[in-house]
Write a protein that binds this ligand. Structure first.
Ligand SMILES: Cc1cc2nc3c(=O)[nH]c(=O)nc-3n(C[C@H](O)[C@H](O)[C@H](O)COP(=O)(O)OP(=O)(O)OC[C@H]3O[C@@H](n4cnc5c(N)ncnc54)[C@H](O)[C@@H]3O)c2cc1C
Length: 311
């Protein structure tokens, strides 16, 4: 790994809400942070058409536009933004070494905000109808489905939690599950099964999402009989898991069994000087506002870490 080309006090991996908020705080602390954007400038938030639950925008704000505003504010105070993706890190000694596709960097502190990706069904129509009825987040998009009919794909705890949240808005919710029993805990199962708005379609998978400009129906296949059918719906909520983008840190940072980086309340990881924020370290909240808050906290803590060292 090449070294010493680009030595910075603070390097931030990721340009989602957590990374850009961390950059703003680090820049305002005059640390001239370097931020590597990764492939998705603005993070997951930039993939969505409108964000209606980020404070300060009573009429909502475009996902990509919010990312641009975050970036502009971070750059105004001296953040350097590089369009690069880290492909290797060495956290065994400081300064930490980060190898990107475009350059090599050294950093006294590192803030990891590489986020997570919702697991996709990988069926036709899923990508083209994203934000037009296809969603991976009830908290984000539930309100768009007031008095509408939706389906949910999944059977774990988060699928049922999100389904129960959707009952505030939708008139009916059909949970489509590939098996004939759910993985979710007993209490959640009982609440879902007792709810008058929720029904179940067992032993079934979605093979295609259909609609012109917006979701109109899903094509289903029974896993036992192979029988195919079409089910009309206004929305498809997919809750089949999230994958944190943390493979880069395997065997270097402590993680839970699902690959989320373990960080304490001060955003400290198992390696002193490395902090983690946002969805890379958060399987619970998964929101722009919570991720940005964690990013700010990580930068404040990393600043204190550097201050303590310099006496
Ligand atoms: C379709 C959709 C709609 C959503 N709608 C809403 C909503 O309305 N309201 C809401 O609050 N939340 C919403 N969310 C959730 C919200 O977008 C996320 O909670 C938030 O973006 C997480 O921020 P993050 O910074 O932790 O990670 P992410 O946004 O996932 O960003 C991760 C960043 O890390 C970068 N990266 C990854 N690997 C590397 C690497 N090796 N090197 C450098 N960089 C790397 C990526 O390029 C990206 O920039 C939505 C999510 C999706 C997918």
């Amino acid at each position: 790994m090449a070294t010493n080309e680009n030595h910075v006090k603070m390097l931030i991996l990721g340009s989602g809400p957590a990374g850009l908020a961390a950059a703003l705080y680090a820049a305002r602390a005059e640390l001239a942070p370097l931020l590597l954007t990764g492939a998705q400038l603005g993070g997951q938030a930039a993939l969505t058409y409108t964000i209606e639950n980020y404070p300060g925008f009573p009429e909502g704000v475009g996902g990509a536009q919010l990312g641009e505003l975050f970036q502009k504010q971070a750059e105004r105070f001296g953040t350097r933004v590089e369009f690069d993706t880290a492909n290797k890190v060495d956290l065994s000694a400081r300064p930490f070494k980060i190898q990107g596709d475009a350059g090599a960097y050294e950093a006294d502190t590192l803030i990891v905000t590489t986020g997570a990706d919702p697991v996709h069904l990988n069926v036709p129509g899923e990508d083209t109808l994203l934000g037009r009825g296809v969603s991976y987040c009830a908290t984000c998009d539930g309100a768009f489905f007031k008095d509408k009919k939706v389906v949910v794909v999944g059977g774990g705890d988060s699928a049922l939690e999100e389904t129960l949240f959707l009952t505030r808005y939708a008139t009916s919710i059909a949970i489509i599950h590939r098996r004939d029993e759910l993985r979710a805990g007993a209490i959640l199962q009982k609440r879902a099964k007792d709810h008058p708005k929720i029904s179940f379609i067992w032993n079934t998978v979605v093979t295609e999402i259909l609609g012109t400009g917006k979701v109109e129906s899903v094509r289903l296949k029974n896993t036992q009989t192979g029988e195919e059918s079409t089910f009309e719906t206004d929305g498809v909520f997919i809750f089949i898991g999230h994958t944190p983008n943390t493979q880069l840190f395997e065997e270097q940072l402590k993680m839970d069994s699902h690959g989320y980086i373990e960080a304490d309340m001060l955003m400290r990881t198992s390696v002193p000087g490395v902090f983690a924020a946002g969805e890379a370290a958060d399987p619970h909240f998964r929101q722009v506002v919570t991720s940005a808050g964690m990013g700010a906290a990580a930068a404040i803590q990393a600043t204190r870490f550097l201050e303590a060292e310099s006496g």
